[in-house]
Structures are given as C-alpha cells and as structure tokens.
Design a protein around this ligand. Structure first.
Ligand code: GCB
Length: 702
C-alpha cells in the first residue's frame, strides 16, 4: 500500500478506514550510499543529543492511518490533539468522525511523554501500547544555535538516528527529510536547508514509526487477521514472528544533531596488516562538497605521539613496532587503539574550509584455517556469550548503566567475545568492545527467515542492502572479526542455496578482510548455505528441546554433531548456542528441567565434549544466553526466555559460576595474559609467571 494512496484516501475515509492500511512502506528517499561516520566532536564539528522526553502519539485509528490522513507532521502533535478535542473543522477526517466523536477520537490516541531512547512498549500501564502494531508518532522541538544556521557557506546540519524500529519517516518543520527501512542501524538526513530557512525559531522534528514486519523485512514477520467473528472481535489481527525475542519498538538509540563544514569528510575506510615489526594501515577517505581539496592524516599512539603520517584520499601508513589490538585475556594491554586524525582543507568559492575527524583505530589481523581462528597470527578461542539488547522498562532502548554493567559482568565472567544475536547492537556498545578488546561476531537482523517467500528476490535485495548498511557502520572496528548474515534460517530449503551464495559473496565483496558466517540449526547433510561460510556456527539444544530431561544423551549427540559437520566441510566450528532455561531460586537434586542445577549440569555435559573438540577444530563456545530476556508470551516462556546465566536484572544464577570458572581456566591456558586482577567472589585469583613468554598469567584458584 503506497503512502500516496493512503494520503489520497484519507479525506474519503469515513467513518472506518479499511484494514490493512497500517503498513505504508514508501518508495524512494532511503538513506543513501554515503558514509555513516559516527558523529564526533572535533574542532570543525559539533554534536547535540536530543535525548529526554519527546511527545508521543500512537495512531489508534482502525487503519492506523489517521496520522497520515490528518498530516500530524504539519503542526505540533499536542496542538493537533487539542484541535481534535474541539472538532477542528479543518481536519477532514475529524469531520467524518464527528458522528462518533468520543470513540473515534480515542482511536487517534492521546499525546503523552515518551523517553528517548527507549522502547515505547513497557513505558505505560496500557496493554494495548505494549502489544501495539502500526504507526506511532514522536516529536521533539529544539532551538538551534545561530552559528549553526548562518555563514557563507553555512555549516551543514545533520539529523541522525542511531536506530528506530522498524520503518521511519522523518519530517523537520513539516518537510519530509528522510525515510528508512529497518531497525538496529543508523540513518541520517542533511536538514541544513530546512532549518536555515527560519533561523531563531523552534525546529520541530516529527517521526512516524511503524513496527509492522512482513515476510520481506529483516527480521521477517506476518500479520494474521482473525476473521472468525465468533472467536475474535472485529478487525482482530496478530503479528506472527519466527524469532524468540519481544519485538520491541521505538526510537531505540540516540538522536543526534551534528554539524560539519559545507565540504566535509564523508567516509573513512581502514584495513590493517602486520608482520613482526611493521604494520600497514591502508586508508581511503571520501570527501563531499568540493573537488578542490587536500587531505592530511596522522596516526597517534596513546601517548599522543605521531607514529605515521600520510596525505591524499588513498594511501598507506607504516607503523614501526606497532601496539597490536589484542582481545581481552590474550594480552596485558587489550584493545589498544590508535587515533587516526584526518584533516581536510577544501576551497569552496572564496573560502577555505577545514574539517577534522578522528577515528579510533586498532591494528590487528584475522585469518581462518581449516581448524583455527587466528587473531594476529595466534589461535583465538571464542569463550563468550550471546546477548540481547533487552532490559526492564526501557526494552531495547540504549541505557548507559546497563551497558557498563554488562561489560563489567563480561569481564568478571572471563568472556572474551560475544555475538550480536540477533541484530546489530548500538554503536556505543561496539565502541566499548573496541576499547576493552571484546571480540564480536557482528550479526545482521536476519533472524527468523523461515517462510519460502522470505528467500525470494525482494527479501534478498533488502538483506543485501542491510549488509551494506552494517558494514558501512562497523567496517573500521577492530573488535568485529566476523560477519554473521543470519541466525537459524530455514537453510534446508532449496532456495537457501542461491540466497546464501549471493548474500555471502556480496558481504565478502564489501569487506574482503573478514570471514563470513551464518548461524545454523539445520541438519549438516541438508544445509544449503553452509558451503559458502568460512566458519560453521551451529546451535543445538540437546536434552532441552530434543530429549528433554535426558542429560545423558549429550556426549553422544554433541560429538556426532561436531564430527558430522567437520567431516562434511573441514571448516572450524563454533558452538554458537547451547543452554537451558532456569528459573532463579528453583532447585532440585537430581537436577530437573528449569532448575538452577539442571542448567549447571547441562552446561557441564556440553563442556566435557567441547574440551575434547577444542583440541581439534572447535574454535569457540557461546552460551545462550548472557541474561534472561523478554519474548512473546507462550506456553514455554515464563515471563520471557530464562536461559540467561544472569537474570534480566543482571544477578548471577548458579550457572554463571560454572561458566566463570571455565572461562578463566581456558584463558589461563593461552600463552598471553589477562590485564588485571579479577576480583570476583568465586575464588581468589593470583598472578603467576609464564616463563616461556615472559609474560604474566592469571590462574583462578578453585
Ligand atoms: C535458538 C535461537 C534463539 C532462541 C533460543 C531458545 O535457537 O537462536 O533466538 O532464543 O534458541 O532459547 O529457544
């Protein structure tokens, strides 16, 4: 359904628009292929976050289209709502609805305060908002400094969303500036001409956001209408998804206004290689707004010393005796970041403009052999977790205390890695992975691709575009060592062969420097996507979903799983998910399902096999899940998925201690050293000397 049709239809809808008009995906104007540098302050750039309270209105009209029909972007939301209350005759739809004033006006929803960033679902006591599907509207008014609005040439003013779920249309002062399909990834618009037209006045940002998923979105979903009037109310529908997390929606990540000069550094791409004593940083810089420019680059170490310089848009920097970027627990100084300062000078008319952008840069290499994953030439074993962006009240909204707590827990646990199951995480989280040396398998939102129609060309084209957006955002991050294009697709279906061949080839063409995978739960003999991956990532839930309660089957079944995959493909394998639900405080001995003891016992059974296989070709294990998280309601979910080793409030369950002991032991087997004393409460930790490498190592005393 095109927006034009719904706009046209708006005036004619009386009194009850026909379903389904709530999914209004619009053609064109998608955020373009330009760069997506993370906004940073610099001598030439300013940024301002627009977090806090926004006005919010859910479009409760039956077709979810009152907002477009009444053009809610034309005036402040609160003003519109007040007008509606008084039957403003200028609003066509309202005229129609006069016949049913009270009921119909309630349908269009009140205007309430809504925090940004946050999911809107759990903020109120209203169950209809919790499970709402369709368009919601956000609005913020801001006053911009005059220095942003004037000058010759005036600076460029950009409005950027870290992410909004799922489909966004954005207006500034009633002028549409951008629309974007997909949650989890940033998009932005140059709003200079709009805001510079009326300096000194409030600038109104309006966002219409739709969380409806279709078989062609990522993740996919579908709407089911319940036509049986004897069982369901009129116009009743539900959204069906094939993934196991709550479809939280809202403006989930920071909204930022930032400036650049009129000619500016639009994008930077770096890749690094290193031999014993020399590293090479290959760079490429894109400039927009002038063809008459010069570029100079300097690479500074953490003491601020310039270690290499370069110029021009493409080139190489040589770094002698580089400090390599090492994962956490693999070196005494993990996550070493240089600063790459890029300076541009451009002639625009009579004026010489200068732009400066500083990119954190880690020097490291990644290679995959048939049995190993090498970082800087050394075998790396992923002992980590799968996570979710998920918490009480804020849902998937970015939350600094939670982010920092999670990194503290990861380090307490001795985890060196995580997978961004099942969608790209916030840039703020990725920044800390770079800085702390937490290794990331960066996953696209390709989760729940189960329907045959989701393997068609329309879906594939969107998936390719999402990979472009993801790589554009994260390509320079040393923490990202592998792309995961999907989780548990129906890869046994024949169309999956073409789908994954194309998708993985495209991903490799965009970034030849990193391996690519997708995470499978298909049978090794039937999987049509596995031939194209570099690393086999396999999920299994033996003695949970299969043979529930029978822990004794794990050794046999897990060993067969690994042997079958390895014999077929001779590629290294990561156990990318395994685990069991446990309700904290529930106990039984002998262990029974859902108790803390059963979760511990299941983990231990897996570990005994992993310990054998990691000497051969298994290169990692990622527990499902770091913390309990919210899901749709269902008979197998008790207030969400309880496979966390931490509760949703980040308290450890018994399984967390099992994993902690294991991860620190594995870390101590490596020839490198953890960065500092671990001060957890499950055993003292001491520093010992590793003579061979003349490096410190830690060993956990159990
Ligand atoms: C899986 C999925 C994950 C689920 C998990 C479970 O295989 O990849 O999204 O949450 O199983 O607990 O069922």
């Amino acid at each position: 359904m095109a927006l034009a049709a719904s706009r046209g239809a708006g005036a004619g809808l009386c009194p009850m628009p026909v379903l389904p008009l709530f999914l209004l995906f619009l053609p064109g104007l998608a955020a373009g292929p330009a760069g997506m540098l993370q906004p940073r302050d610099s001598p030439s750039r300013e940024r301002r976050e627009l977090g806090g309270l926004w006005s919010f209105r859910a479009d409760l009209s039956p077709g979810r289209d009152a907002g477009f029909a009444q053009r809610w972007y034309r005036r402040p939301l609160r003003q519109l709502f007040a007008d509606n209350q008084h039957h403003n005759p200028h609003i066509a739809l309202e005229l129609c609805w006069r016949k049913f004033p009270l009921k119909q006006q309630l349908w269009t929803g009140p205007v309430i305060d809504m925090p940004v960033p946050a999911s809107f679902n759990d903020i109120t006591q209203d169950p209809s908002l919790e499970n709402y599907i369709g368009w919601v509207w956000y609005e913020k008014e801001v006053l911009l400094p005059l220095r942003w609005l004037q000058g010759d040439p005036a600076p460029r003013v950009v409005l950027r969303f870290g992410s909004a779920h799922y489909y966004s249309v954005v207006w500034v002062n009633g002028v549409q500036v951008v629309e974007h399909e997909g949650g989890h990834l940033p998009f932005e618009a140059d709003i200079s001409s709009v805001v510079q037209a009326t300096p000194g006045t409030l600038c109104r940002i309006t966002v219409a956001l739709n969380n409806t998923l279709t078989p062609h979105t990522l993740p996919p979903g579908s709407i089911h209408y319940m036509a049986d009037k004897s069982r369901y109310p009129r116009n009743y529908f539900v959204q069906d998804t094939k993934f196991d997390f709550f479809n939280y929606a809202g403006i989930h990540r920071p909204v930022v206004l930032y400036t650049t000069p009129a000619a500016y550094i639009d994008d930077i791409t770096v890749t690094t290689t290193s031999s014993d004593s020399v590293a090479t940083v290959q760079y490429q810089v894109a400039v927009v707004g002038s063809t008459d420019y010069s570029l100079s680059l300097s690479l500074c170490d953490q003491e601020g010393k310039v270690v290499a310089t370069g110029d021009g848009p493409v080139g190489e920097l040589k770094v002698l005796n580089p400090n390599l970027w090492w994962p956490y627990l693999m070196h005494e100084n993990p996550g070493y970041l240089y600063s790459l300062e890029v300076k541009m000078q451009a002639q625009v008319g009579e004026v010489l403009l200068e732009d400066v952008y500083t990119l954190p840069l880690g020097i490291r290499t990644v290679h995959v052999t048939s049995t190993q994953f090498l970082i800087n030439g050394r075998p790396f074993y992923f002992h980590g977790v799968n996570k979710h962006e998920d918490a009480d009240i804020r849902g998937k909204g970015l939350d600094w205390p939670l982010i920092v707590k999670d990194f503290n827990l990861l380090r307490w646990l001795g985890a060196n890695s995580f997978r961004t199951s099942h969608y790209p995480y916030a840039e703020e989280i990725m920044d800390l992975c770079d800085a702390y040396g937490i290794v990331v398998i960066d996953e696209s939102p390709g989760v729940g691709i189960k329907l045959p129609e989701s393997f068609g060309n329309k879906s594939l084209q969107h998936h390719l575009a999402v990979m472009e957006e993801l790589i554009r955002r994260d390509k320079n991050r040393p923490s990202v060592v592998m792309w995961s294009v999907a989780n548990e697709p129906a890869s046994e279906l024949p169309p999956a062969a073409h789908y994954f061949k194309t998708l993985i080839a495209h991903t490799k063409a965009l970034d030849p420097s990193r391996p690519v995978t997708f995470v499978t739960d298909a049978n090794y003999a039937l999987d049509h996507g596995a031939p194209y991956v570099d690393v086999i990532c396999v999920n299994s839930y033996f003695s949970w979903y299969h043979d529930p309660g029978h822990l004794e089957v794990i050794p046999l079944q897990l060993t067969a799983q690994f042997d079958n995959w390895y014999k077929t493909y001779q590629k290294p394998i990561i156990q990318s998910e395994y685990g069991a639900d446990s309700v904290p405080g529930l106990h039984s001995d002998p262990p029974m399902m859902f108790t803390e003891e059963y979760q511990q016992a299941l983990l231990r059974e897996y570990h005994s096999v992993l310990d054998k296989k990691r000497k051969e070709y298994v290169i990692g294990e990622l527990i499902w899940n770091f913390a309990d998280f919210m899901t749709n309601q269902g008979t197998t979910r008790v207030l969400g998925n309880k496979k966390g080793i931490f509760t949703r409030q980040r308290q450890p369950k018994a399984a967390a201690f099992v994993l902690r002991d294991r991860y620190w032991k594995i870390a101590n087997e490596s020839s490198c050293l953890p960065p500092k004393l671990d001060q957890g409460n499950s055993g003292a930790v001491e520093i010992t000397k590793n003579d061979k490498e003349s490096q410190l190592c830690y060993s956990t005393l159990l």
